[in-house]
Ligand binder design. Structure first.
Ligand code: DGP
Length: 224
């Protein structure tokens, strides 16, 4: 039996105001344009966004982020994780049918935003173990000061420079651990450059994966 090709799973992570959502959207369009004209199904690429605020769990997360509700730190962590798990089988199905899956945030945000509250790294990681593993994670690196200078933060719960500084420290730890553990490729992109340059750097990292991947879909930290 010939080994079949599957789609690539690419995650974009970064601090708030790193340009992550803009770049995810640009990358999505570029991946879409790289598809053969007239080829409609299955889609060449899909863009998912975490948290997905449209589901029942996502609505609870949304209320929490907008400070309309308060939840125990452990409880909200598990809701964010559950919000990824509710899309896990969808991600797997897309990859299997050859669709590239692009995710705006993933398990790494989950760890970074809760570990900064003082909960242990291992506890934060535990509910993410076994999720579909990205083949490539692109971390948009920007200093919290530069991020803050980009028109200021919004009003949501974590949109503060002190929070982002702590979160960045945990992201650095995750990036180092990912590289040491060989858990899929983690690439840092300088997000302080202008929009076009960042888009180009992202494309250079993603382009080799566009044609698909031979091999199984890995599971995050399953052997750790
Ligand atoms: P966004 O929609 O990308 O702006 O994300 C909303 C906020 O939620 C942002 O401040 C980052 C934070 N966030 C994203 N994912 C998680 C997660 O899994 N856990 C926690 N605690 N926060 C998260």
């Amino acid at each position: 039996m010939s080994s079949t090709k599957r789609g690539a799973f690419v995650v974009i992570e970064g601090l708030d105001k790193s340009g992550k959502s803009t770049q995810a959207s640009l990358l999505h369009d570029r991946l879409q344009d790289s598809q053969d004209a007239g080829d409609t199904a299955p889609p060449k690429v899909v863009l998912l966004k975490f948290p997905d605020r449209t589901t029942a769990i996502g609505k609870m997360i949304d209320a929490y982020l907008r400070s309309e509700s308060d939840l125990d730190d452990h409880a909200i962590h598990l809701l964010f994780s559950a919000n990824r798990w509710e899309l896990a089988s969808t991600i797997t199905a897309y990859l299997t049918q050859g669709t590239t899956v692009l995710a705006d945030r993933y398990a790494f945000s989950g760890i970074a935003f809760t570990a900064r509250k003082g909960l242990s790294y291992e506890w934060c990681r535990a509910p993410e173990v076994g999720l579909p593993a990205p083949d490539l994670t692109l971390f948009l690196n920007i200093s919290p000061e530069v991020a803050a200078a980009r028109g200021g933060y919004g009003l949501e719960r974590y949109e503060r420079e002190d929070v982002q500084t702590d979160v960045r420290r945990v992201f650095d730890k995750i990036g180092r651990a990912m590289q040491e553990e060989g858990e899929g490729k983690w690439v840092e992109i300088d997000a302080g450059k202008n929009k076009e340059e960042v888009a180009e750097d992202l494309w250079r990292a993603v382009e080799p994966l566009v044609t698909g991947i031979h091999g199984p879909i890995n599971r995050l930290w399953e052997t750790a």
